[in-house]
Ligand binder design. Structure first.
Ligand SMILES: Cc1ncc(COP(=O)(O)O)c(C=O)c1O
Length: 473
């Protein structure tokens, strides 16, 4: 491809995407297509002969774009993937063009400096001081893994990195945790059975009495308490654990406190519902994902550590081929000795561009709109005797359920699953279902700057109609 072709194709792509974004509200949220049909579109062999740029683009227009889930549509309120802000989209385009490798300073001096600035913005937002550091990651899954690995190493006085895990240890977290915590506990060598999934109170916060009991029981059985994972915004209902209490318990037991704010971290920008007194800064490490509620396109997660030296203690290895011989003053920041990944995408660019273009205040307003929408849906439900909410939404996530026909729980699960499928088929909205304390719910979460309050009215009307129709059938 020569320079002229690149320029022509680039202009066409920008026009195509501008049209796509302009018309996104008129599209279906989820495509009306069978899996076998989309699979058949992408079943050809490896192409041996070249195609022209126009042919490649036409193929994308025919096969890819019509069958996307349009997460930027205002009716997308499902699994936490935001409407990507357009400046962030451009950021990713630039990122690939310059292909800076954030792992090492020598493949991106200015990019590494920008990444460090974005990490600093995030650590400042969380209330950490200058000693803090962190990494942008592929997402919350990887960030929780890094947080727990750093915590395991700290709790072992830096022995586990060398000797592996000795004896049995345990990690404590609420039953409302994200599954990434289970995977992380496995990956750091403790094993999934070392996870103590603790019951929650009626606001879905971890119960402190259950935490104390579990710790006491483990100690009695010779199992070492290693880490508490607090949740700052659960995936289902946005619940925030009592981090002040978790900190006190972690200190008393010599445990690491990791806090998963992958989703809830967005609330740090809220103007109307400030969360700065919730103690996030008390965590030893934090997961916070710009690609969730800062509306950055995938991927951009982040793990932050209160003491940056912990990252080096866990990951600071220098193979001969990566040592930067020229760094007399030791000013060349090498991410590969401060994190797990080496070659990695310049994720901070789109985050930097988003904050710079919109400002944190504007992003905070989008967040407040989303919270207001959840609270509006809550009030609609509160006035309808056939529906109930799991809790008052502290964030944008809200779980509601149909109780109209007094079904048994197995039938209720079937109803909620079937109705969510009908909502998908309507093309107007996409929501998911979940289970809370053994009961089925619709799980609705606008992390979307295009969603307006009226969408909540329309969604609720559709849910009522579909629940009644299903019950009648
Ligand atoms: C609370 C929480 N933690 C972690 C994750 C995992 O994040 P990711 O999907 O970015 O890996 C999620 C995803 O929704 C989440 O809600």
């Amino acid at each position: 491809m020569n320079d002229k072709e690149f320029r022509n194709l680039g202009h066409k792509v920008v026009d195509l995407l501008a049209d796509y974004l302009e018309g996104i509200e008129n599209k279906r949220v989820f495509p009306d297509v069978e899996p076998r049909t989309v699979n058949a579109l992408f079943s050809g062999p490896l192409p041996r002969d070249p195609a022209s740029p126009d042919e490649v683009l036409s193929e994308l227009e025919a096969k890819l774009l019509p069958y996307c889930t349009n997460v930027g549509h205002p009716g997308y309120m499902g699994l936490i993937t935001p409407s990507p802000n357009p400046v962030g989209v451009i950021g990713d385009f630039i990122c690939s063009a310059i292909n800076q490798n954030i792992g090492v300073y020598s493949i991106g001096p200015s990019a590494v400096a920008m990444e460090r600035q974005v990490v600093r913005w995030l650590t400042d937002l969380c209330g950490y001081d200058q000693k803090a550091g962190g990494n942008l990651t592929s997402g919350g899954m990887m960030a929780n893994f890094v947080g727990l690995k750093v915590g395991r190493d700290a709790a072992s006085q830096n022995k586990a990195q060398y000797e592996g895990v000795q004896g049995h240890g345990a990690v404590y977290v609420s039953e409302e945790r994200h599954v990434s915590v289970d995977k992380a506990v496995d990956c750091i060598g403790l094993g999934r059975n070392a996870l103590r999934a603790l019951p929650t109170n009626d606001r879905f916060q971890v119960r402190l009495d259950a935490l104390e009991d579990a710790i006491a029981q483990d100690k009695k059985n010779g199992i070492r308490p290693v880490c508490i994972v607090g949740v700052f915004g659960t995936t289902n209902t946005g619940a925030m654990d009592d981090l002040h209490a978790l900190r006190r318990i972690a200190d008393r037991e010599g445990m690491w406190l990791h806090v998963d704010a992958a989703y809830g971290g967005g609330m740090l920008l809220s103007h109307e519902w400030p969360v700065h007194d919730r103690g996030l800064e008390l965590a030893d490490s934090i997961t916070i994902d710009p690609h969730k509620w800062f509306y950055a396109p995938l991927d951009a997660g982040a793990v932050l550590v209160r003491d940056e030296r912990r990252l080096t203690a866990s990951f600071g290895m220098k193979p001969s081929y990566l040592t930067d011989e020229f760094d007399i003053e030791n000013e060349r920041y090498q991410y590969y000795v401060h994190g797990f990944e080496q070659s990695r995408r310049f994720r901070s660019l789109k985050v930097w561009m988003s904050f710079t273009r919109y400002g944190a205040d504007q992003i905070g307003q989008w967040i407040d709109h989303n919270v207001r929408q959840a609270k509006h849906l809550y009030s609609l439900v509160a006035h309808d005797p056939e529906f109930e909410s799991a809790s008052v939404p502290p964030m944008s996530a809200i779980c509601i359920r149909f109780t109209g026909t007094g079904l048994g729980e197995a039938d209720s699960m079937a109803l909620h699953a079937a109705v969510a499928q009908r909502v998908e088929q309507s093309g107007q909205f996409w929501i998911s279902t979940t289970e809370l304390k053994g009961k089925a719910y619709f799980r609705i979460n606008p992390v979307n700057f295009r969603t307006r309050q009226g969408h909540m009215d329309d969604l609720f009307a559709l849910l009522r109609q579909e629940c009644h129709e299903y019950s009648r059938a």
